[in-house]
Design a protein around this ligand. Structure first.
Ligand SMILES: CC(C)(COP(=O)(O)OP(=O)(O)OC[C@H]1O[C@@H](n2cnc3c(N)ncnc32)[C@H](O)[C@@H]1OP(=O)(O)O)[C@@H](O)C(=O)NCCC(=O)NCCS
Length: 202
């Protein structure tokens, strides 16, 4: 997608969602937009819960299928920040005018013989999709994961029906290495899952 097209979509998203940012619509101009990719903070708990719950409401094809409270998100963020400090995980969020609109991370596979392998995941709020933010976030997490945690292999699981995610992973050079029939549970039924892997060239 070219940059001019992305810019116009971005403008559209912002105008359509100005209430999301608790701003006066008239005051909202593109120059007011501040989008950052940054580390998560404990103060993101409420915003993260809103983002996760919006994905649960749309029945996104992710492992989280139950709404969370800000309190639950706070304890998740506490353990996440501890893991980041202990170099067991890398995680970044998309900060869109102060609101968390996406999150991605790589965590160490919890096994001594696989400490060179990371598990990656990503979510972007539906209102912020399709303008290149997911790609920027994924790029940041991947490069930082390789640089700081020295992963040699990054792996993931994705619903076979999740075309946007498959497109993103393919763009980053992930290869399909397997298919698990009925490998994931999705709101009471089973769906097929692809396993994908990216070997990091040193
Ligand atoms: C997958 C997801 C993170 C993509 O985020 P995004 O911000 O919309 O992606 P971007 O706009 O940065 O697009 C990056 C690439 O992803 C792919 N992609 C994005 N949307 C797509 C779509 N609707 N169909 C096919 N490919 C798509 C394309 O390869 C795109 O590159 P291109 O613009 O050069 O074609 C987002 O759709 C999402 O969060 N979905 C719900 C949660 C989820 O499924 N997470 C993954 C679980 S495994």
């Amino acid at each position: 997608m070219n940059n001019i097209f992305r810019f116009f979509i971005l403008k559209y998203i912002i105008n359509e969602n100005s209430n999301l940012f608790f701003m006066n619509k008239k005051k909202l101009k593109p120059k007011n937009i501040k989008i950052k990719i940054r580390l998560p903070r404990l103060s993101d708990a409420k915003s993260c819960a809103e983002m996760v719950n919006s994905l649960v409401s749309e029945k996104a094809m992710i492992s989280l299928q139950k709404k969370v409270t800000a309190k639950q998100e706070l304890s998740y963020l506490k353990s996440l920040l501890k893991d980041i400090k202990n170099k067991k995980q890398i995680s970044y969020v998309i900060d869109f005018n102060g609101q968390v609109m996406g999150m991605s991370g790589i965590s160490l596979v919890n096994d001594n013989i696989q400490s060179h392998i990371g598990d990656i995941g990503i979510i972007v709020c539906s209102r912020a999709r399709g303008v290149g933010l997911g790609e920027k976030l994924f790029q940041k997490v991947l490069t930082q994961g390789i640089k700081k945690l020295k992963f040699k292999i990054v792996k993931l699981g994705v619903f076979v029906k999740n075309k946007p995610a498959l497109g993103l992973y393919k763009k980053f050079g992930f290869e399909k290495i397997g298919l698990i029939k009925n490998g994931v549970s999705y709101y009471g039924k089973y769906e097929d899952e692809f396993l994908m892997v990216k070997y990091i060239k040193q």
